[in-house]
Design a protein around this ligand. Structure first.
Ligand SMILES: Nc1nc2c(ncn2[C@@H]2O[C@H](COP(=O)(O)OP(=O)(O)O)[C@@H](O)[C@H]2O)c(=O)[nH]1
Ligand SMILES: Nc1ncnc2c1ncn2[C@@H]1O[C@H](COP(=O)(O)OP(=O)(O)O)[C@@H](O)[C@H]1O
Length: 226
């Protein structure tokens, strides 16, 4: 079997991590694991971690490192036989160090998007809570306004995408992300992409991954995930 491939995607809220991760998952066959989606599943299921995390998320604050690592590392353990792309974790240096001691990463993708663009996108972000499907009323609107394309169920906005929580979230992101980015740059695995449009970033991400992931391996992964 080819070597497994491990990637992380970093970027502020609204930078397009989820959008790019979905494309990577479907084209390269990596398992997409989003910390935000996983937290929301835990909140819905009323798990211990979900109950602890809920209050932080509603305030637009980060969930404490020990709660995140206790949640995410066992989840990664379950995926030891898969190639994966982690979205939203690690977000702090302590989380990055915990991840480091659990596995070796091949690639870190970092999205660098102007602040005004982020604010504009998140104002228009709508979610289908049960599946995590993400829409944008300008970029990828649902076929019928306000409802999910697949299930026809209503769309909602995250509490933490509303303007009051948003500004705090974006400011805080910058402070905590810098040491994480510096760590991966020092390891020589950081690839930074700067633009205002996902569709202009995507060709570069795609060619980076095409060069790093052997084709037969991507085919084999797809066969096991579909
Ligand atoms: N206008 C516009 N919206 C985008 C673009 N890329 C993603 N979005 C939307 O911006 C919002 C944030 O994207 P998402 O992938 O959820 O970002 P994440 O928070 O980093 O995971 C979503 O509503 C996306 O549909 C883009 O290039 N242009
Ligand atoms: N690695 C993490 N560390 C701490 N908190 C996290 C982490 N991942 C997600 N969260 C919490 O979950 C919320 C939603 O995460 P997510 O869906 O990834 O947001 P976004 O896609 O807007 O960046 C964050 O605002 C934060 O409160």
């Amino acid at each position: 079997m080819s070597k497994l491939f491990r990637a992380v995607i970093l970027g502020p809220p609204g930078s397009g991590k989820g959008t790019i991760s979905e494309r990577v998952a479907s084209i390269f066959g990596l398992q997409h694991l989003s910390s935000g989606d996983f937290l929301r599943q835990n909140i819905t299921a009323n798990t211990e971690a979900g109950i602890l995390a809920k209050a932080y998320i509603e305030k637009g604050a980060l969930v404490p490192d020990h709660v995140m690592t206790r949640l995410m590392l066992p989840r990664l353990e379950e995926m030891t036989r898969h190639s994966w792309l982690l979205d939203g974790f690690p977000r702090t240096l302590a989380q990055a160090e915990a991840l480091n001691s659990a596995c070796d990463l091949d690639v870190v993708i970092s999205l660098n998007i102007p602040l005004e663009t982020l604010k504009e996108r998140l104002r228009h972000r709508w979610i289908h809570p049960a599946s995590g499907r993400v829409y944008n009323m300008c970029f990828n609107p649902p076929r019928v306004q306000g409802v999910d394309d697949i299930t026809g169920e209503p769309l909602i906005q995250h509490e933490d995408d509303k303007p009051e929580a948003l500004v705090a979230r974006l400011r805080h992101y910058k402070d905590v992300a810098k040491p994480v980015i510096d760590l991966y740059r020092a390891k020589g695995i950081l690839h930074m992409f700067s633009d205002t449009e996902t569709d202009r970033i995507w060709p570069y991400v795609s060619s980076l991954l095409s060069a790093k992931i052997p084709t037969d391996h991507a085919d084999a992964q797809r066969a096991t995930t579909h």
